[in-house]
Design a protein around this ligand. Structure first.
Ligand SMILES: Nc1ncnc2c1ncn2[C@@H]1O[C@H](COP(=O)(O)OP(=O)(O)O)[C@@H](O)[C@H]1O
Ligand SMILES: [Mg+2]
Length: 311
């Protein structure tokens, strides 16, 4: 179900409108609590995102990327508590803290419409027994009560056309679609309400290289067409991020250690952690070569690239 041809190279980031600030995030602190001890997963994070920008959030597994994403998307639920933090967007300052049930209720109007979350592993969470069209209605109705099935489908159809995706996917069951197509479809569905900001959590991590590229292409087209005005693209995959992001934020142990324009950060990293992270991905290490040699000698197999299209 994937396209036969290689998609063109991602559009140049230079054509984007960078006139204004889209979002400012200030001093986010999020903890996992309820047990013997609280664990601080996000420790005083502040960020800025311009209109039309894609901000790449990178860092090793466990550094707090998903926790930060859930906090910004206002979907934190116990045991995750947001102690402090504000999100300034469209001249509105939203208090992100979730210290009471009332806070969680206060966030409801912003969820899905102001900020939308594409959760990690979302494509695998789609039930194999429902058609994509029912999913479209369910997702839209969750945020905009009273939307009719026809309205929801019309909107989805328009979106798919806009993004040059086959409209017939609406009649498919999830299991009939390739991983790459599923991920693109779920991305389209999660943005049907035109969020100002999309938070995409590891959207490419389970995809093979050509599906990764198609998803990145689609995200760039979506920003260009102003379906959303900005993206926080979360991944541990720095090579993907350096292709798609205007700006990079490097996270380590709950804090942003360095942030700046992608090119500057990749070419001239300042923080020792950024240097370490970059050298570990951009250098074909001795360790990889050794594992290759092990395999040649009958050792443990080296994990190959994802084979998600080949089921
Ligand atoms: N439900 C939870 N309860 C307690 N600790 C958690 C929970 N979820 C995540 N954590 C911890 O919070 C830290 C950050 O996790 P996460 O935000 O998922 O990191 P990342 O997305 O960067 O891999 C990790 O140390 C993880 O173990
Ligand atoms: Mg994560």
């Amino acid at each position: 179900m994937s396209h036969a041809t290689t998609p063109p190279a991602p559009a140049s980031a230079g054509t984007k409108d960078r006139s204004g600030l889209l979002a400012r995030v200030t001093d986010v602190r999020s903890v996992y609590g309820g047990g013997e001890q609280d664990f601080t997963a996000v420790d005083g994070v502040s960020l800025e995102l311009g209109e039309g920008e894609i901000l790449g959030l990178a860092g090793e597994s466990g550094c707090g990327k998903t926790t930060l994403g859930n906090t910004l998307a206002m979907i934190a639920t116990p045991p995750l508590y947001v102690l402090s933090g504000t999100l300034e967007i469209d001249d509105e300052v939203i208090d992100l803290s979730t210290l009471s049930a009332a806070d969680v209720k206060r966030h409801r109007p912003y969820r899905g419409s102001t900020v939308s979350m594409l959760p990690q592993g979302a494509m695998n969470a789609i039930s194999p027994t429902v058609r994509i069209r029912s999913l479209v209605h369910d997702v839209m109705r969750a945020h905009r009560t009273g939307v009719s099935k026809d309205e929801a489908l019309d909107r989805a159809r328009d979106r798919l056309k806009m993004l040059e995706m086959p409209v017939r996917v609406l009649d498919s069951y999830a299991h009939q679609l390739s991983g790459g197509m599923k991920q693109r479809v779920i991305t389209v569905i999660s943005t049907l309400l035109d969020p100002r900001l999309l938070i995409a959590d590891e959207p490419t991590s389970a995809l093979d290289v050509s599906s990764q590229r198609m998803l990145v292409e689609m995200l760039l087209a979506m920003v260009e067409q102003r379906i959303m005005s900005g993206v926080v693209f979360v991944t541990h995959d720095l090579p993907v991020l350096s292709q798609v992001s205007d700006k990079l934020a490097i996270m380590n142990a709950g804090s942003i250690v360095e942030m700046g324009p992608t090119r500057q950060l990749v070419e001239d990293p300042q923080h020792p952690y950024t240097k370490k992270l970059l050298s570990s991905v951009l250098d074909p290490t001795a360790e990889t070569r050794e594992r290759g040699r092990d395999r040649a000698q009958g050792g443990a197999p080296v994990p190959g690239p994802s084979t998600e299209e080949a089921r």
